[in-house]
Design a protein around this ligand. Sequence first.
Ligand code: SF4
Length: 248
Amino acid sequence: MSAISLYAKASPDFASKLAHTQQLLRNAAQLYAPLTQASSLGAEDMVITHLLHTLGIESEIFVLNTGKLHAETLDLLEIVKKHYGQERAVRVYEPDATQAAHFEHRHGEQAMYDSIALRKQCCDIRKMQPLEKALAGKKGWITGLRREQSNTRAEVAEVEQQALRTKVNPLAAWTWGEVWHYIATQAVPYNALHDQFYPSIGCAPCTRAISLGEDFRSGRWWWEDEKAKECGLHVDAAPKIIPIKEIA
Ligand code: SF4
């Protein structure tokens, strides 16, 4: 079944929400350049990439190719490079091959299931270290975080001042229905896994399809406790939340 027919649903205030998001991105481009977008090639990130493209906003897009992504995600990466990569850089960051091979040799290919510590070590090698490289020299980065995604994301602000740069979450207030309404009406390319009940997409060993009624992020690291379910990309000790009027 197509994800569009399953999820797309505009809310009555969608037009004003979209206008607000567009303004937020324009402001971010002025205030936090050089800017980059972190894309996992999930639905939210595709909406942001499309918005950057249609608004002509100068921002790089980066993808962390952990070496464990689904074939469908890699297919979409090629589409993104072709479709959006003409007027902006689409950069792909990979883990250090020696470190990744050493980790697997020592702990096995299934190490992420053995303990949270090993899972986090794998995320550190395959995600956190490449992330650091992707963000080097950037003043701002854009993510697809939404408050609705999980309890741990319920307080996500649209703009957060981190120690080294500013993080912009332009879809913080969007619903899942609105994300898909935008994808449907703007013909945004999306990950084929969404048609197979994968709402949240990450590495293949750590992502599964969900059943009707299951929580949005229940397909990620499903064997772990709810509070542990972040890879570290979006964990910040004490971000300063910038009220929207300060950047408008
Ligand atoms: S999500 Fe899973 S496979 Fe990907 S880096 Fe983390 S532990 Fe490793």
